[in-house]
Design a binder for this molecule. Structure first.
Ligand SMILES: *[C@@H]1O[C@H](CO)[C@@H](O)[C@H](O)[C@H]1NC(C)=O
Ligand SMILES: *[C@@H]1O[C@H](CO)[C@@H](O)[C@H](O)[C@H]1NC(C)=O
Ligand SMILES: *[C@@H]1O[C@H](CO)[C@@H](O)[C@H](O)[C@H]1NC(C)=O
Ligand SMILES: *[C@@H]1O[C@H](CO)[C@@H](O)[C@H](O)[C@H]1NC(C)=O
Ligand SMILES: *[C@@H]1O[C@H](CO)[C@@H](O)[C@H](O)[C@H]1NC(C)=O
Length: 873
């Protein structure tokens, strides 16, 4: 007995800190000495992974997170400095050589058997992309000087709070100040969870992962609810997400909102019976491979991923997740949580005051994420919270004089200064944790349905509200309204699960032979965007719906190809057959980009449940500013919803090689659910101003005030050439780049933008040397599929990232790319001490040295650091 007692604390400590056997534990990276790439292996191509790696001269490091057939590989870095690019050159040269040998028609190669081998290997490499560590720079408000959290004297404790506290035995000292739980001044504005707690619903059994900058599990307010097994630090590649930098506070605060323990420290979390895990990615540069792994980390047992970060909210960026990150997200919704799907919760963004909109962010406008915007203490719209047609719900956060009270870094430390849409997302995640504890069988789409159905309208007089065809009210600012935990969870209790997902993705519509020329990246054809706008239509018939097994529609996504001398002047609107308008893009005055929209994908949930039969119209609007003009080249409408016949439901496959080159036969299976067009720009130093808390919100302005677009009558509606793929493939067939259908797009990522761009012509030449029959080898079945041509068409529209990595002067922008946290406060105050320490890197051990040599690159290991540019801000 004594022994047991003696050991108990140790056992507890061990069970907390030690990582139980867990399938996936990433290797430490050594960016100083190696270049990393991601390789997608196609086993059906006939060559083993080792063969492919050997041919490219790379070493296989590990599988990318939970993604099958995606592998992190590396090659030894060449001497830094003048030869800095030669490693890439080397891998690239080997790849090009492979391509040439695979394609060669001369007798020597084809007779020798070398060609068979080259073809086998070539067709076994689906995708290859360099991995450049990028700083997902966070912002937060921890450096703002504030008074210590108030301890409310007993006689001032609001009645409602003290009654609930007494009833539920809550003795957390700051509970009475947690207005988002009990709001004494505006009782209609709170998350409304206490009724559920009374029913014993506290989130038991559910794990939420905070993908953020760390989680202080040593704070007693979190220790008991911390889940170590599903936590990891991708910045320092250690097991536990320990906050290490001065400003690593954000993840801890978000975690407290969900899982702060009911004890005598700070306040309580909305789901205080649930567990929180921490996945640290925001405290230093990471690669897309690590971001992809982070979004699937522990995904069999983790239910919810709470993500309060994204591309810059500067009103001029337009960025989305890269291919492998999209793969991870699709993997999450299909295979996470025992196949019910990971719930990805994303903050809508803090850039509304810069005209930013969440439809310009490929994470928040993904159909797979629940996008959460903010309302404040008085239920008003805080000026930072971004609006868009992809906003699903709002949850409470800072503004009108109050912020969110939660846990902080340091044992027993609390924060009363948490805010931004960053704090709205975890409040929603907490509600979902409560619901999943009651109904663990809810799928990711059930959660979204419940949001749409149970969110409450607030500020009914706000002109931003509009009716949907289903009789619900929707607002770009509030989505379907305020997320009410009680309403959500009680509705979840008796909810009938939705049928499986189905989709209908009509072919792209070329407007006046609109196209995007691969040769020079220019978009051709199309119609000038006249004053008053131009439009194009597409008619959905009952047969189309039946053919695609689609019963009800949920998300509608729209890709557009528009060139414009100033992207921010463009407005995009979608009108349903029932006259419901979705503003997909409103003008953004700060967006001066001149590359236009090259297949950017917008999303609307405003048509949820609407009967889609009839004519859909897209309208492209322009500010018609003197000296600025643009052209509308084409668009593609895509519907997602539920299946008519569940037994015929298919599993959506995010294309691998088809990602860039869709197939002709099944256009509905080849579209990418999130943006292919990504452009990364350096982080702006502007965060949310200090007054995000004090500034009074509003409820009397439409989100998009710019042009009264609905009333602007189009003066010109050209008859679009509604070309189907057959038309387009004709166009494509004649082009040299058609042969790119050989299916591998060698995307040297962000850091190699210019390099690729310059080599482009040469690459095309290599394509064009291929005979048509060579196309056959791309097919896993060994037969020629007519769709191959259309794939290239998609490429024409879709492969833009290498262009867009280059700015007007031809500088590379990629290496300084950043995402940022939607907490957004005071980034300017980051001190030198906050520059990250990387444990991944420094010394190369003897073993590693030997290994490098074995790989065949005895070049000395340089002291130059890719981190320098990777971490620049
Ligand atoms: C909040 O929850 C209570 C039950 O605890 C419920 O009666 C009420 O309708 C919910 N909503 C609001 C706005 O109070
Ligand atoms: C995840 O859950 C499964 C079964 O529910 C369990 O066997 C496994 O140990 C869990 N993993 C961890 C790391 O806890
Ligand atoms: C759920 O359904 C059961 C039985 O049909 C019913 O008794 C219960 O009141 C329902 N609960 C809610 C929250 O509607
Ligand atoms: C579009 O291209 C086709 C085939 O090249 C051509 O016949 C047709 O006239 C073009 N249409 C327009 C509007 O230019
Ligand atoms: C702007 O107008 C000029 C002259 O009509 C035209 O040549 C150019 O292509 C237009 N630019 C865009 C982006 O449409």
């Amino acid at each position: 007995m004594r022994l047991c007692l003696f050991h108990l604390p140790w056992l507890l400590l061990f069970s907390l800190v030690a990582k139980p056997t867990f399938s996936y534990s990433p290797e430490r990276r050594s960016y100083l000495t190696h270049d990393y790439l991601v390789l997608e292996h196609n086993p059906a191509g006939g060559a083993s992974l080792d063969e492919c790696a050997g041919e490219l001269g790379v070493e296989v490091v590990e599988q990318v997170g939970e993604l099958q057939n995606l592998w992190l590989v590396r090659s030894v870095k060449a001497m830094p400095g003048i030869l800095a690019r030669s490693t890439r050159d080397n891998v690239r040269a080997r790849y090009e050589s492979l391509r040439t040998r695979a394609a060669a028609s001369n007798a020597f190669w084809s007779r020798s058997g070398h060609q068979q081998r080259a073809r086998r290997i070539f067709s076994s490499i689906h995708y290859l992309e360099e991995q450049v560590p990028r700083q997902r720079t966070k912002r937060d408000d921890s450096l703002i000087q504030r008074a210590p959290p108030p301890t409310t004297p007993a006689d001032q404790i609001p009645d409602a709070a003290s009654a609930v506290a007494a009833h539920l035995g809550i003795s957390d000292p700051l509970f009475p100040t947690q207005w988002h739980i009990i709001n004494p001044d505006f009782p209609e504005h709170m998350m409304n969870v206490t009724g559920l707690w009374e029913m014993g619903i506290t989130g038991r059994g559910v794990i939420t992962s905070l993908v953020d900058d760390g989680l202080d599990y040593n704070n007693r307010d979190l220790t008991e609810n911390f889940d170590a097994a599903h936590s990891y630090d991708f910045n320092d590649h250690t097991d536990l997400p320990t906050p290490a930098l001065a400003d690593d506070r954000h993840g801890t605060r978000c975690a407290g909102q969900i899982g702060a323990v009911k004890n005598d420290v700070c306040g309580v979390g909305l789901a205080y019976g649930s567990k929180v895990a921490g996945v640290r990615i925001l405290s230093g540069p990471i690669t897309d491979v690590d971001e992809a792994a982070a979004l699937n980390y522990g995904f069999h047992n983790v239910s919810i991923y709470s993500c309060s970060w994204g591309p810059p909210d500067d009103g001029k960026s337009m960025e989305g997740p890269s291919y492998i990150i999209q793969k991870a997200v699709v993997n999450g919704v299909q295979n996470g949580r025992g196949g019910k799907g990971s719930i990805f919760v994303f903050a809508s963004g803090n850039g509304a005051m810069f005209g930013d909109q969440c439809n310009f962010d490929g994470y928040t406008n993904s159909i797979y994420s629940v996008t959460v915007a903010a309302v404040d203490y008085k239920g008003l719209h805080p000026y930072y919270s971004e609006a868009c047609a992809a906003n699903m719900v709002v949850a409470y956060s800072s503004g009108s004089g109050k912020s969110i009270v939660t846990s902080d870094v340091g044992d027993g430390k609390c924060s009363n200064a948490h805010g931004g849409t960053s704090a709205a997302a975890p409040n929603a995640a907490g509600v979902f944790a409560l619901a999943l504890s009651v109904r663990p069988d809810l799928s990711w789409r059930d959660i979204q349905h419940l949001c749409v159905r149970t969110a409450r309208q607030i500020n009914p007089g706000d002109p931003d509200w509009e009716w949907t065809a289903t009789g619900r009210s929707f607002s770009y600012k509030y989505g379907y309204g305020q997320l009410d935990a009680y309403a959500f969870v009680t509705a979840a209790e008796n909810w009938s699960l939705v049928k499986p997902q189905a989709w209908f993705h009509p072919s792209a519509i070329q407007v006046n032979n609109g196209s995007l020329l691969e040769e020079n990246g220019e978009m051709t054809g199309g119609v000038p965007i006249a004053r008053g706008g131009v439009s194009s239509t597409f008619t959905v018939t009952k047969e189309m719906m039946e053919q695609h097994n689609l019963e009800d529609i949920e998300h509608v996504t729209v890709r557009v190809w528009i060139s414009h001398t100033k992207r921010g002047d463009v407005g995009v609107e979608l009108f349903s057959p029932n006259g419901i308008r979705s503003v997909l893009a409103a003008p953004r005055s700060q967006d001066l980009d001149s590359t236009g929209f090259r297949g950017w994908r917008f999303m609307s949930i405003k048509h949820w449940g609407e009967n889609p039969l009839g004519q859909w119209t897209i309208k492209i609007l322009d500010q018609s500013v003197e000296g600025q003009n643009g052209t509308f080249h084409g668009w593609r409408l895509m519907f997602w919803g539920s299946a008519i016949d569940s037994s015929k439901a298919k599993t959506y496959a995010l294309p691998s090689n088809e990602y860039l080159l869709p197939s002709l036969e099944e256009p509905e299976t080849i579209d990418v659910p999130t943006a292919a067009t990504t452009k990364f720009l350096p982080k702006p130093t502007l965060g949310l101003p200090d007054d995000h808390e004090s500034a009074e919100g509003e409820a009397d302005q439409p989100a998009f005030s710019g042009k009264p677009v609905g009333s602007a009558s189009p003066t010109m509606t050209p008859t679009p050439d509604e070309g189907w793929f057959s038309d387009m493939s004709n166009l494509v067939y004649n082009s040299r780049w058609f042969f790119g259908a050989l299916s591998v797009v060698f995307l040297f990522g962000i850091g190699a933008g210019v390099y690729l761009w310059r080599r482009r012509v040469g690459r095309r030449a290599a394509y064009s040397s291929l005979a048509v029959e060579d196309v056959a080898m791309t097919s896993v079945t060994g037969t020629v599929r007519p769709g191959v041509r259309a794939k290239e068409l998609y490429d024409a529209f879709g492969e833009v990232s290498d262009d867009e990595d280059v700015d007007e002067e031809g500088h590379m922008l990629g290496a300084s790319t950043q995402s940022e946290l939607h907490a957004g406060f005071l980034d300017d105050e980051e001190s030198a001490e906050s520059s990250p320490r990387y444990r991944d890197d420094p010394e190369v051990g003897d073993d590693e040295q030997r290994h490098l040599t074995a790989v065949g690159r005895p070049d000395s290991v340089g002291s130059g650091s890719s981190w320098e540019h990777a971490s620049q801000t």
